[in-house]
Design a protein around this ligand. Sequence first.
Ligand SMILES: Nc1nc2c(c(=O)[nH]1)N[C@H]1C(S)=C(S)[C@@H](COP(=O)(O)O)O[C@H]1N2
Ligand SMILES: [Mo]
Length: 424
Amino acid sequence: MDDLKTSRRGFLMSSAAAGGALLTTGAAQAQGGPDPLITEVQYWASGLGDGVDATPYGLPIEYEADVIRRNVPWLTADPISSINFTPIHALDGTITPQGCAFERHHSGAIELRKEDFRLMINGLVDKPLVFTYADLERFPRENHVYFCECAANTGMEWAGAQLNGAQFTHGMIHNMEYSGVPLRTLLEEAGIEAAGDLSDKWVYVEGADASSNGRSIPMEKALDDVLVAFKANGEALRMEHGYPVRLVVPGWEGNMWVKWLRRIEVTDHAVESREETSKYTDTLADGTSRKWTWVMDAKSVVTSPSPQSPITHGPGPLVITGLAWSGHGAITGVDVSLDGGANWQKARLAKEGESKALTRFYLDIDWDGSEMLLQSRAHDETGYVQPTKAQLREVRGLNSVYHNNCIQTWHVKENGEAENVEVS
Ligand SMILES: Nc1nc2c(c(=O)[nH]1)N[C@H]1C(S)=C(S)[C@@H](COP(=O)(O)O)O[C@H]1N2
Ligand SMILES: [Mo]
């Protein structure tokens, strides 16, 4: 194919000349007749629409009813301690609407009124403090966009291709704009002189839910970019994401993003809680475990075409798109392969990569209708390149669950359908 831009424009012009068959496929045009959607007055133009306030808080239109979180019931014993998945195959851009952002609860999502919210900072501080919600609102605030990825995202795929859809293989991720107070500000308010040398200190963070989901975070990170957040995408956190206040731990595994924040204790040791010993560790081939694997390494996935987002238009212009992210900083590039990693092309980043946030990529091709083994490979600002599954297994063995950031493959068939396959 010659220059893609020229040929794409040529294609659009020739189909317009041929009667506009590109964008409409109704029966009338198939017979060469006029398109009633153009020539007839439609019901939506012959009456009145809804007045303002028909929906005081808007929901998506009914035609988008399948763009929802979904769970995989057999993965967990019950929905209380469970996970569901963001419909990344159906979204574009990078911001995840809260209403379809994945949820992960260990003891269910709790309803906590702002009035009942208390945040204690205690332990090795100069003066232990308790903040109400109203107190938090009086500290200088920051806004940042960050991804939150559960360490178990893609965890079912270690042994082979398993779940058939980007939502299920890669949907334990969301990306929101948070407004909140730096944790550093609150720690300084309580005073950390008493803690002495900070290089070996930790904070232990708990939520108000029954599980508490306690996690130890090194002081260095706590003082760096951790946020005590109360708004996401401009509005209050949804209950399921930790209303009224959650911790945002940029680039680090989702488990540390404690929801329904309740207590932060400054300590001189890691607490070794359930969530950081028996869980969120990876068992290696020799039976030992990797621990303190906090940072989410660079990763990417093609969101469309994919099993839940097949190609329905046949050969010709095709938009391949996906998401890339890195817990170590900004995404600097994404490569896409159509042939299972034999050849790679540079994808177009929709915007320059932002640190610890999702980056949207596109590759606009002229699809010849032949099958593809579609892959994407992320590069981040540290020079790190997303590994193949074989490379990852070499280091981690087959027993792991968490931190699977390997290259994903979709087998796109001639009929446009796609399937999760392994090309390692
Ligand atoms: N208090 C509390 N915080 C929690 C959890 C929890 O069950 N309780 N789950 C953690 C896990 S494992 C993840 S991946 C993220 C998920 O955040 P989300 O539900 O907003 O997607 O929250 C974390 N914070
Ligand atoms: Mo998680």
